[in-house]
Design a protein around this ligand. Structure first.
Ligand code: UD1
Length: 429
């Protein structure tokens, strides 16, 4: 199993290209199930989760063609996928595949909308707390699907097709909103989604669906209206830049000091996180090419942050901010409101010398003069990258184990950081 070895203490300078967003790529690939025509996606990141979803879609009969290199491209460009769900031969998504990646459960919506039936394994437990699918099921039921739970599978049926309806989410859910959008796109009549998630990835998927012939308005606001259509067609769409990758590297630069341009990054996708960074004393400058992050010799100021649905501070950057705050001059507080058990990184940060107290959903972080390198391991994707950030500032050697979590969601992390001067390498056994 691969490990990442870091020797901390080097400032980061240069440029880091930001990849296409994982959290948009996954639902966009799933949306290809809605049409017999080919959906072409550009700027797709090289990630383990994308490969896994290719396998899951392949099991339904979907062909995924990966375009080869084009003139002027280098390894830093995203890939282009041609996805064809012309013939769906199997409407079951088995446990062995769905249990590896939660978002694969979302295939339930396009399958039932187009084929009238879907049998998808419940995703099961997850390292960051219980993540139920009750609201995704509620959304499908509101559109006329009959749902049964059989042997750990959700079986959804709509023999005569789905029909438009009113869906009001009691809680903001990204997966629930994707599910509602995809199901409503092919339902008969109008669907209104209230308290919809406003995450930029929802807007990106809605844009792509509209290119495919869907009639969606209001994506990006809390009220989305979908006029169902009888069929969708193929389209070409470029995945928006990854705001979580952007915020992660911004925090890495804040941690080490230095000056880095995050190429292709878009500030409006993570204003909440950039505001928090600015409060720590880091200079954040939007440019035509992306976002420039700089910190000179000055120390980091502590911040108090609460995770919230977009446009608030994202839960997917909580672990990274906590790593940063371990070196602040003073005491910070971070409250997690989205997932109840998303503090698995705390004990590992403490192994590096951090001072963190947990009280329910709030972590109190007392900044320390120095972190000391150590072997650490992570239990989820965002937690593992927070340990990389801590390692970049720790004295001596840090080895981050279980790197497969990192590879699920971050493309070539060691290469991107090494190009900017970090002493970091992948060790493969
Ligand atoms: C997505 C993101 C994930 C991010 C999360 C919150 C992808 C692939 N994943 O996950 O990176 O951390 O949004 O921004 O885009 N909930 C229920 N019932 C449900 C569904 C959700 O109670 O049926 C709860 C969850 O337990 C959680 C909250 O709603 O407390 C938000 O979850 P949700 O937005 O659905 O997260 P995901 O879509 O799984």
């Amino acid at each position: 199993m691969d490990r990442i070895r870091i020797v901390g203490g080097k400032p980061l300078t240069g440029a880091i290209p930001i990849s296409g967003a994982k959290n948009a790529t996954l639902p966009l690939m799933i949306a290809a199930l809605l049409t017999e025509d080919t959906l072409v996606l550009d700027n797709v990141p090289h990630l383990a989760d994308v490969g896994l979803l290719e396998r899951i879609l392949g099991n339904h009969g979907v062909d995924v063609m990966i375009a080869g290199k084009r003139p002027g491209e280098n390894g830093a460009n995203g890939r282009t996928l041609h996805i064809s769900a012309k013939n769906i031969v199997d409407t079951t998504a088995p446990y062995e595949l769905v249990s590896k990646m939660r978002a694969s459960f979302w295939v339930v919506a396009p399958l039932v909308a187009r084929m009238g039936e879907a049998k998808v394994s419940m995703p099961g437990g997850c390292a960051i707390g219980t993540r139920p699918v009750d609201l995704l099921i509620m959304a499908l039921e509101k559109l006329g699907a009959e749902i049964e739970i059989e042997g750990g599978y959700v079986v959804a049926r709509a023999k005569n097709g789905l029909r438009g309806g009113e869906i009001e989410f009691p809680k903001v859910t990204v997966g629930g909103t994707h599910t509602a959008l995809m199901a409503a796109a092919l339902a008969r009549g109008t669907t209104v989604i209230e308290n919809a998630a406003r995450e930029p990835e929802i807007g990106d998927v809605a844009d792509c669906l509209n290119k495919m012939g869907a009639k969606i308005s209001g994506a990006g606001t809390a009220r989305i209206v979908v006029e169902g259509v009888a069929r969708l067609n193929g389209a070409r769409h470029s995945v928006l830049p990854d705001r979580i990758e952007t915020g992660t590297y911004a925090m890495a630069v804040a941690m080490t000091g230095g000056d880095v341009l995050l190429q292709n990054a878009r500030p409006e996708l993570l204003q909440g996180a950039l505001d928090a960074l600015a409060q720590t004393g880091v200079t954040v400058t939007p440019t035509n090419e992306g976002i420039r992050i700089a910190r000179n010799g000055a120390g980091l100021m502590p911040v108090d942050v609460t995770t919230e649905p977009f446009p608030g501070f994202p839960t997917d950057l909580q672990a990274q901010l906590m790593a940063l705050m371990t070196r602040a001059k003073g005491t910070s507080r971070i409250t997690e409101t989205i997932f109840e058990n998303r503090f698995m990184h705390v004990q590992e940060l403490v192994r590096l010398g951090a001072r963190i107290q947990l009280d329910g959903q709030t972590a109190t972080i007392e900044g320390v003069e120095r972190l000391n390198g150590a072997p650490v391991m992570a239990t989820d994707l965002r937690a593992s990258v927070s340990l990389v950030i801590a390692g970049l500032a720790a004295e001596g050697e840090t080895v981050v184990n279980r790197v497969y979590h990192l590879d699920r969601g971050f493309e070539r992390v060691e290469e991107k950081l090494a190009r900017c001067g970090a002493e970091i390498e992948r060790i493969s056994d």
